[in-house]
Design a binder for this molecule. Structure first.
Ligand code: SF4
Length: 233
């Protein structure tokens, strides 16, 4: 039985989703003061940006859930769609298309018409953190929304954690200890609730520039996900 994490109350006026839809934060979520202040500073600096928690993207009946770290300042925080607008998205969406998890043209805009197939994308932390670094407390405070994704999506079978922090957040969101399984690129971990967790280095520009993650290495992760999903249950 998975441990459920109590969500912080949504701020007043925020619509609470129906039982079949994962919980999502209010656009003015006040739970992390540092991130709220950063959002507000960005609202003044970049008034045309999204500058709010970024909602998950993809169908609710997806079998694959990709868990990233947090929105990038000029990526998802600008456009309002996970991994949309920056380098990480270029690699992620191209790879998703190759393995049949995305359809349409990815054009770095939330209205580019791209649709995910059997795949959904979320972030461990929903608000952009300064220097892409959420604190341990912020990761903890946003965990309830990830727990809600993991326990609400009815057909979920495979998770891909992009980076060690996302890996740790998935374990915590399911009430598992960090020592349950270590982050290892391309490893597949069978979780006690039946989900399979695949680890991948994050598809950031830094990781690809330093060759920690190559295109081929990233594709191998999604090939594995595709194989696991296509295998008879
Ligand atoms: S990171 Fe999550 S919990 Fe923190 S303010 Fe943003 S939405 Fe709220």
């Amino acid at each position: 039985m998975m441990k459920s994490t109590r969500l912080k109350p949504l701020s007043s006026g925020a619509p609470r989703m129906s039982a079949a839809t994962p919980d999502a934060p209010a656009s003015n979520c006040p739970v992390c003061p540092r991130l709220q202040a950063f959002r507000q500073a960005n609202q003044r600096k970049f008034p045309d940006f999204h500058n709010a928690p970024v909602a998950s993207f993809g169908p609710l009946d997806a079998r694959l859930l990709i868990v990233g770290l947090a929105p990038g300042l000029k990526g998802a925080n600008q456009t309002g769609r996970p991994f949309t607008g920056d380098f990480a998205g270029d690699l992620l969406y191209a790879t998703l298309g190759k393995f049949g998890f995305a359809e349409g043209i990815y054009d770095r805009r939330p209205d580019d018409g791209l649709a995910l197939r059997d795949c959904r994308i979320t972030n461990a932390v929903r608000c952009v953190p300064p220097e892409n670094k959420p604190t341990t407390q912020e990761i903890k405070d946003c965990l309830g929304f990830l727990t809600s994704e993991l326990t609400t999506l009815p057909n979920l079978r495979v998770l891909i954690a992009l980076g060690g922090i996302a890996h740790g957040a998935v374990l915590s969101a399911l009430g598992l200890k960090k020592s349950h399984c270590k982050f290892v690129h391309q490893a597949v971990h069978a979780l006690p609730n039946g989900l399979l967790l695949i680890d991948s280095y994050h598809c950031s520009r830094y990781n690809t520039n330093t060759r920690r993650l190559t295109e081929e290495m990233f594709e191998a992760v999604f090939e594995k996900a595709r194989r696991l999903l296509d295998a008879p249950v």
